[in-house]
Design a protein around this ligand. Structure first.
Ligand code: S3P
Length: 448
């Protein structure tokens, strides 16, 4: 598990460009939801391509602890025998959600709607992250929460005996908060209504429909309004999990930065609320192509082809943040190789991710000779079109995306880049180093 011994890793320029094709790890957001909704459905849900990263394994363990039968059949292939909406049972022990904010927050939504008592904790990173953003709205269902100072984990929850439907306007653009409210709404009678000021990833809405729930979505002057009809009978349905576009962004940016590279990443999720990075990279001049575009299980998927490009700086508007919220660290790395100043606007939410990602991203670039500044909630990266020096030692702060971004930087910088601990990569992208090394044709990423 990721809290064991730190695993320092180092990356350096491969002798040859990145070439070939590869699939990436399954989508983390969809994998969590597949297990949770499978546990609430009547019947047996068959899942293929499930991400077997530590975050998702925490969700699998939690759903088992709440009474669902969750079974791994073979690599990526899982089966969940559900208990029906409202059918989860009290866990006998503390639910440990490890490093996963998504697992913790979505599960709190589910627990709110069940008349049971549960205690939740997580690792040192998750125990620092704000939970009030979900416990505040969820309290209106009738659920009660007892948290540490500042609304942090560990916390205890007593779910509502007769949960009330919520009517909530999100104060921040967060798919996790939206999903927590909708999951609580499954157990309540009547209509649960959530309004989001900016649209965020809609995997919850898509998958609820896939399982037979009625979800209406309307764009209005006050924002995107989502209405869920409560107490539906969810029916088990097969789920094929696409490759995670957030994970794909690491090999993709590596190919854009290492001269001569050209790679194809197969069967990647292309939900338009997840593809802000691809839009931004195109604006920077990147040659990205999508082929074999199709819809699978209610989600768009396709192959992404990326090749080396001399990138130019770009101004990324704040409204794009929800569609690329996890991609700013790797975009910042790309920006360090681009010509000119890239400004990424409106990144306040990065401060409450697995680490303070705004600070950690700036530190990762600075350690490797790139010029950066933070102005309010904006991150500025000043590139001159040449590879930064590299040679830095990067502290990852228990953050998988900081670790992967730093290791990608080392593939294209003048000198190798070292990270203090690559173990957290396993939370979202087990096999990351092996996949990168396969594309690079040698061990360009290895233990330090
Ligand atoms: C996620 C939503 C995002 C994202 C996280 C996964 C989800 O968080 O950062 O990795 O699966 O709903 P927020 O919605 O809180 O921004």
């Amino acid at each position: 598990m990721s809290s064991a011994e730190p695993r320092p890793f180092r990356s350096s320029k491969p002798a040859a460009p990145l070439t070939g094709q590869a699939g990436v790890a399954g989508d983390k957001s969809i994998s969590h939801r597949a297990l949770m909704f499978g546990a609430l459905a009547i019947g047996t849900t068959e899942i293929t391509g499930l991400l077997e990263g530590e975050d998702v394994l925490r969700t699998a363990a939690a759903m088992r602890a709440l009474g669902a039968e969750v079974e791994k059949l073979s690599a990526g292939q899982w089966r969940v025998a559900g208990r029906g909406v409202g059918g989860l049972t009290e866990p006998a022990d503390v639910l440990d959600m490890g490093n996963s904010g998504t697992a913790a927050r979505l599960l709190l939504g589910l627990l709110s709607g069940h008349p049971l008592f549960a205690v939740m904790t997580g690792d040192a990173s998750l125990r620092r992250r704000p939970m009030k953003r979900v416990t505040d709205p969820l309290s209106a269902t009738g659920a009660q929460f007892w948290t540490r100072e500042g609304g942090r984990l560990p916390l205890a929850v007593r779910g509502a005996q007769d949960p009330l439907p919520l009517d909530y306007r999100l104060p921040v653009a967060s798919a996790q908060v939206k999903s927590a409210c909708l999951l609580a709404g499954l157990c309540a009678p009547g209509t649960t209504r959530v309004v989001e000021p900016e649209p965020t990833r809609d995997h919850t809405e898509n998958m609820l429909r896939h399982f037979g729930a009625t979800v209406a979505v309307e764009d209005t002057a006050e924002g995107r309004v989502i209405r869920l009809d409560g107490q539906p009978e969810l029916k088990a349905a097969p789920i094929s999990v696409p490759g995670d576009p957030s994970s794909a962004s690491f090999p993709l940016v590596a190919a854009l930065l290492v001269p001569g590279s050209r790679i194809r990443l197969t069967q990647i999720g292309l939900n338009p609320l997840r593809t802000g990075l691809f839009t931004t990279l195109r604006e920077m001049g990147a040659a990205l192509k999508i082929e074999n575009a199709r819809i699978e299980g209610g989600e768009p998927v396709g192959d992404i082809i990326g090749e080396y490009t001399a990138l130019k700086a770009v101004d990324v508007p704040p409204g794009r943040a929800p569609s690329m919220i996890d991609e700013y660290p790797i975009l910042a790395v790309a920006a360090a190789f681009a010509q000119g100043t890239t400004r990424m606007r409106g990144l306040a939410e990065l401060r409450v991710k697995e680490s303070d990602r705004l600070a950690a991203t700036a530190a990762l670039l600075e350690a490797n000779g790139a010029k950066v500044s933070i102005e309010g909630d904006d991150l500025l990266v000043h590139g001159n079109g040449a590879p930064p020096a590299g040679g830095g030692f990067v502290t990852t702060h228990m953050d998988h995306r900081i670790a992967m971004s730093a290791l990608v930087m080392g593939l294209a910088s003048a000198a190798p880049v070292t990270v203090d601990d690559a173990s957290f990569i396993d939370t979202s992208f087990p096999g990351f180093a092996a996949l990168m090394n396969r594309l690079a044709g040698q061990d360009a990423i290895r233990p330090a």
